[in-house]
Design a protein around this ligand. Structure first.
Ligand SMILES: Nc1ncnc2c1ncn2[C@@H]1O[C@H](COP(=O)(O)OP(=O)(O)OP(=O)(O)O)[C@@H](O)[C@H]1O
Ligand SMILES: [Mg+2]
Length: 468
């Protein structure tokens, strides 16, 4: 009569053949038949583990295919590898097109802090990563502290050790025979990795590499698309601004023109009785109006000229602070009608090499703005001193300051913002845009420090010598 166990083994083999790996067979007593049972049971366990692994890989593949952007893919699969490879952190780096540098593209960790972040890059040549590329074999470091002691110059090891990592498995990603990057698994446990994990990685490496490459391409395309879209939006915005500005400029030119026309017809009409004084006043008015129109046209021409790249600087050595003092004195005089004081506060001596006409234009606009947008009777301070191999010129006022919303638009073309002139002065919104371009043409920087409601300090830094 056949051993009862043999019948059970035959049944189990049939179930295994049909894909049901959760079989239990009797293994005692440990005679020859029992040993056969043990072997069968071990085989069933092994097959079950393999099936679980394959299922996991299927899931990862599905998830990888579902997310197209690389970061989404990696974020999606971060937890999925755990069943296959132990880790507390995964990093992913790409080799650049020339093959010269490796740059971190993505990293995620269970630990609170990531030190080796996206953007970290290092040369490939001569690094330990180069060997991994050359052999195509993953590398295990099971004691990162000891490794760092032996190779204290390894910045990347120092960073992940600082994150708390103690062992690592570095895997090359290869697409069409070309190395594209690396996947770094790290664990807070020393000795976390063995050849089993290398095998697991090798089984998924090819697919992972291809998908990483695809995801990277899509990410790049998406980034380029986003840049183009942002540029388009900027163009649309500029176009709208230009249109509304043209409307404003036309309006600003039309008003003085119609009053000049009116005055001219009054002056021509011999039957209209006017005194000599009245006649002089009317002529003065014409002079003033044409002056304003010319200034506006000059500004418009300036913008289009500068836009066309035709801003030519005629630089010369300007004696400081005399150059600034003369400009400040002129504005001080003009501002008396508004009861505003304009003073040169701190002024250093020295030489600034710049285009005098253009630099005057810069200071004219900053000082006239300070007077124009501050309440009558306030004070405007001008300072000029040397700093960082150049000159820092500041104009401080007691006006409304610059609101955060206005800040971004301040130096762009045609910006008439929330602050309005306090004494009926003209405002076309071109001054600061021109000023910025002039400063930048000198190789300088312009910006403003301001707490809304507490005045503004516009500052310009110019190199002592503009770039050739
Ligand atoms: N010192 C300041 N304080 C508060 N707001 C300011 C100051 N300077 C400029 N602004 C704001 O920035 C806007 C742009 O200034 P900008 O000098 O470019 O043009 P504008 O003074 O209006 O005209 P333009 O200088 O062409 O005659 C102004 O309309 C104003 O709202
Ligand atoms: Mg201005």
């Amino acid at each position: 009569m056949a051993d009862e166990r043999i019948i059970r083994y035959i049944e189990a083999t049939e179930r295994l053949r049909q894909g049901d790996y959760e079989v239990e067979v009797p293994v005692a007593p440990p005679d020859e038949v029992g040993q056969l049972g043990q072997a069968l049971q071990a085989l069933a366990r092994e097959l079950d583990a393999r099936r679980a692994e394959l299922q996991k890989l299927d899931l990862i593949t599905a998830r990888i295919n579902a997310g197209l952007l690389l970061d989404d893919i990696l974020d999606n699969v971060y937890d999925d590898f755990r069943a296959l490879i132990p880790y507390n952190r995964i990093g992913f780096s790409l080799i650049d097109e020339t093959g010269g540098t490796v740059t971190a593209r993505w990293a995620r960790s269970d630990q609170p802090e990531i030190h080796l972040k996206r953007g970290y890059s290092a040369p490939l040549a001569g690094s330990s990563l180069q060997r991994i590329i050359e052999t195509g074999e993953p590398r295990i470091i099971n004691d990162l502290l000891a490794y760092l002691q032996a190779k204290p110059e390894s910045e990347s090891t120092r960073l992940i050790v600082a994150e708390g990592m103690r062992s690592s498995l570095t895997c090359p990603l290869i697409v069409n025979g070309y190395p594209v990057g690396f996947m770094f698994f790290s664990s807070v446990r020393p000795g976390a990795y063995s050849d089993v994990h290398v095998d697991v990685f090798k089984r998924i490496a090819r697919q992972l590499s291809i998908i990483v490459d695809k995801g990277y391409l899509v990410s790049e395309l998406a980034a380029r698309q986003a840049t183009i879209e942002a540029k388009n939006q900027e163009l649309v915005r500029l176009n709208e601004l230009k249109n509304s500005f043209l409307g404003m400029a036309a309006h600003d030119l039309r008003n003085p023109l119609s009053s000049i026309q009116l005055i001219a017809s009054v002056l021509r009409d011999k039957t209209f009785p006017i005194s000599e004084d009245e006649r002089t006043a009317l002529l003065d008015d014409i002079v003033q109006q044409t002056h304003h129109m010319l200034a506006l046209l000059d500004d418009l021409l300036d913008v289009s000229q500068i836009e066309a790249g035709k801003l030519e600087l005629r630089c010369e050595a300007l004696p400081m602070p005399e150059f600034v003092r003369r400009i400040v004195e002129r504005h001080a005089q003009l501002a008396t009608s508004k009861g505003t004081t304009v003073t040169l506060r701190h002024a250093e001596s020295g030489t600034l090499y710049a285009d005098p006409t253009r630099l005057r234009q810069v200071l004219d606009n900053l000082i006239s703005n300070a007077v124009k947008y501050s309440p009558p009777g306030s004070t405007v301070w001008v300072d000029a001193h040397q700093q960082d191999g150049g000159w820092r010129l500041t104009v401080q006022d007691q006006g409304p300051g610059i609101s955060p919303a206005d800040r971004d638009k301040l130096f762009t073309d045609f910006a008439r913002l929330s602050a309005r002139p306090t004494g009926g002065e003209k405002s076309t919104g071109l001054g600061l845009a021109i000023t910025r371009r002039v400063v930048e043409a000198h190789g300088g920087i312009i910006d403003v420090d301001s707490t809304p409601g507490q005045g503004a300090t516009f500052w310009v830094w110019l190199p002592a010598q503009p770039p050739a």
